[in-house]
Write a protein of this length. Structure first.
Length: 532
C-alpha cells in the first residue's frame, strides 16, 4: 500500500509528466561527475574496504566482505585429498554454467577437445539468465567498433586494458551473428533488420535485445547447444580448490557434490574459470540483482592458486533496482526502461538528471537525491526515486511497454502496479563486479599457466565502470576465445603429477600473517538465516 507521502508525490510526478517527457536534462561535466562520484558512490567509502595482507595483491584494497573470503581458510586439508585416482579426466574443465562457461564449452568442443562443465547449481543458474536490456555491437552503418571503443573506454574511466577492450568491440558484430545463427530471437523489424537502442553512455544505438529478457534468451540458446552436443555437464557440483601440476600449471579442481557432500577430483589439461560475480556478498549491505550463486568463488580459487586480481575494489551498483514493493527489493529494473524514454524524477516531480548518464554517475546521483538533497521518496523500507514509466507510452505510443519490456510489466503487475499508468520506485542495487582476475589477450590468467578466465570473473575488460550490454557481449567474446585457446593449449600439454601444495602455502602465509578469522571459503551460497 502506498503511503500518503508516496501518493502526494505521485500526483506531482503525473502533473509534471508532459513537461518532463520532452525536457532534455543537461549532461554533467567531467568535473561534476568526479565530485559526485567521490562523495556519493559506494566505491569511494574508505571504511568499507580492507587491505589484503597475503597473496598476489598484498597491500591493495578490496571490499571488506571479499577480503574476508580471499583470506579465508580452505574447505579442504590437502593432506586428506588423494589426487592419484581422479573421478573425472578431461582436456578442458570448465567451472561455471553461465553464458561464458557455455560459450567456452561449445568452442572447446568445436576444437575437438574433451570438455566437461561443472556448475554448483544448474546449467543456466547464472547472472547471464538475469540480464535484461541487451547486448552491444557496432553493426549499423552510422557506427563502428572504434566508436564503441571510445564510449566504453570513457565510460570505464580510461582504465580498461586496451588489448581486451579492442577484442571486445572488434569481435562484437560476429558475436551477434553467432548468437543469431544459433537461434537467439533478437528483436527485428519486419524486414529482418535488428532493432537497436541506446544505453547509458552510448553515442550510437547499438543495444540488441530480445525484449527485456535478452539474457534468458541467450542462455536458453547456449544451454540447448551445450546439451544437444552431448557435452557432459555435472550439476550441483562446486569447485572448492584448483589443482595444479608440478610444473605450476592449472590441472583440475577439487569438487564438492552440493547434495551429498562427497568430494571428487577432476583432472584436466586446462581449466576455464567462468564462475561469475559477487552480488550475493551484498557489499555495504546493498540488495542485489544477482542470482543466488553469485559469491565470488572464482576469485577465491584463482587467488589461492596465485592469480592476480585487477580492480577488485570497483563494483557496479545498477541505478535502478526495484525499491518498492519489498518483495522485489533490489530486483533489476532494466536500463532499457530509460532507453525507451522514462526519466528519473524526485519527490517533488523534478527530472533531476539526464536518464542515460553512465551507471556509476546515475547511481551516485540517485543516492545524492535520497540523502543530502532530501529529495527521495520514503518507501517504508528505505528510500527511492521515481522512474516515470508512463512517459514511455507518451513518447513511443500505446503498446510500447507490452511490446518492448513485457518482463517489467509483468514483474510489477504481480503487485497490482501497472507501469503503463503509474511510475515505479527505484534505488541502486549491487549488480556487477567490474574487477576480477587479470588475464592476457588470450584469456589466460596472467600469473597461472593453463588457467583461463571468462565472464564476470575477469577484471580489466571494462575498466572501473561497465556500460550496459557490454557484459552479455564479453561472456560471448571472451567465453568463446577461452574455450578455443584452452583446447589448443590442452592439445600441447603433457600431463604432470598433480599437487595442492599452493593451498598449503597459502594457508601457511595466512598463519604467518596471523590471520585466522574463522571464515571458510569459497562461500558457495549466501547465508540468509536470521541472526539470533
Ligand atoms: O548489461 C547489463 O547489465 C544490462 C543489460 C542490464 C540492464 O539494465 O538490463
Amino acid at each position: 500500500m502506498y503511503t500518503e507521502q508516496m501518493l502526494e508525490s505521485m500526483k506531482k510526478v503525473e502533473a509534471a509528466r508532459e513537461k518532463n517527457a520532452t525536457l532534455e536534462p543537461r549532461r554533467m561535466t567531467a568535473e561534476e561527475k568526479d565530485a559526485l562520484l567521490k562523495t556519493y558512490h559506494p566505491d569511494y567509502k574508505e571504511g568499507e574496504f580492507a587491505i589484503l595482507q597475503v597473496g598476489p595483491n598484498k597491500g591493495e584494497k578490496v571490499p571488506t566482505e571479499l577480503a574476508a573470503l580471499l583470506q579465508g581458510r580452505s574447505r579442504i586439508r590437502p593432506a586428506d585429498i588423494d589426487l592419484s585416482h581422479p573421478d573425472y579426466d578431461t582436456d578442458v574443465l570448465i567451472i561455471g554454467g553461465g553464458g561464458a562457461g557455455a560459450s567456452a564449452a561449445i568452442e572447446a568442443d568445436n576444437a575437438g577437445a574433451r570438455v566437461m562443465v561443472v556448475t554448483k547449481l544448474r546449467m543456466g543458474d547464472a547472472n547471464t539468465m538475469m540480464a535484461e536490456g541487451g547486448i552491444q555491437a557496432a553493426d549499423k552503418p552510422n557506427d563502428s567498433p572504434a566508436i564503441h571503443y571510445l564510449d566504453a573506454f570513457g565510460g570505464g574511466h580510461f582504465a580498461a586494458k586496451p588489448e581486451l577492450l579492442y577484442r571486445l568491440v572488434t569481435e562484437a558484430p560476429e558475436a551477434i551473428q553467432w548468437l543469431n545463427d544459433l537461434g537467439v530471437e533478437f528483436d527485428k523489424e519486419a524486414d529482418g533488420t535488428m532493432i537497436t537502442t541506446h544505453g547509458g553512455g552510448t553515442s550510437r544505438k547499438r543495444m540488441h535485445a530480445a525484449k527485456d529478457y535478452s539474457g534468458a534468451e541467450i542462455m536458453r540458446t547456449l544451454r540447448d547447444e551445450v546439451l544437444n552436443r552431448g557435452i557432459p555437464v555435472v550439476d550441483f557440483t562446486a569447485a572448492i580448490e584448483l589443482i595444479k601440476d608440478e610444473a605450476g600449471r592449472a590441472a583440475g579442481a577439487v569438487l564438492l557434490n552440493m547434495e551429498t557432500g562427497e568430494r571428487l577430483i577432476a583432472r584436466a589439461k586446462t581449466v576455464v574459470l567462468a564462475t561469475g560475480g559477487a552480488g550475493r556478498l551484498h557489499y555495504q549491505g546493498f540488495p542485489t540483482s544477482n542470482h543466488y550463486g553469485a559469491t565470488a568463488d572464482g576469485l577465491i580459487l584463482g587467488y589461492r592458486a596465485g592469480a592476480k586480481l585487477l580492480y577488485a575494489d570497483t563494483l557496479q551498483y545498477h541505478p535502478t533496482g526495484a525499491a518498492y514493493p519489498e518483495q522485489i527489493f533490489g530486483a533489476l529494473v532494466t536500463e532499457k526502461v530509460r532507453s525507451l524514454g522514462a526519466k528519473l524524477i524526485n519527490v517533488d516531480g523534478e527530472a533531476f538528471m539526464h536518464p542515460l548518464e553512465t551507471r556509476d554517475v546515475s547511481a551516485a546521483s540517485i543516492i545524492r537525491e535520497c540523502s543530502d538533497r532530501g529529495k527521495g521518496v520514503s518507501t517504508g523500507n528505505g528510500m527511492g526515486v521515481w522512474l516515470d514509466t508512463p512517459m514511455i507510452e507518451l513518447l513511443g505510443g500505446e503498446g510500447t511497454i507490452e511490446k518492448r519490456i513485457p518482463a517489467m510489466l509483468r514483474m510489477f503487475a504481480k503487485y497490482d502496479i501497472d507501469i503503463r499508468k503509474e511510475p515505479i520506485l527505484v534505488y541502486p542495487t549491487l549488480h556487477y563486479q567490474n574487477g576480477g582476475l587479470d588475464i592476457d589477450k588470450t584469456g589466460m590468467a596472467t600469473q597461472v599457466e593453463n588457467l583461463y578466465v571468462a565472464g564476470e570473473a575477469v577484471g580489466g575488460i571494462h575498466g572501473r565502470n561497465r556500460l550496459m550490454g557490454n557484459s552479455l557481449l564479453d561472456i560471448i567474446v571472451f567465453g568463446r576465445s577461452a574455450g578455443r585457446n584452452a583446447a589448443k593449449t590442452a592439445a600441447a600439454t603433457e600431463s604432470a603429477p598433480l599437487t595442492l601444495s599452493h593451498v598449503d602455502a597459502f594457508m601457511a602465509a595466512l598463519d604467518e600473517a596471523g590471520i585466522d578469522t574463522g571464515v571458510v571459503s569459497p562461500k558457495l551460497l549466501p547465508n540468509y538465516a536470521r541472526k539470533k
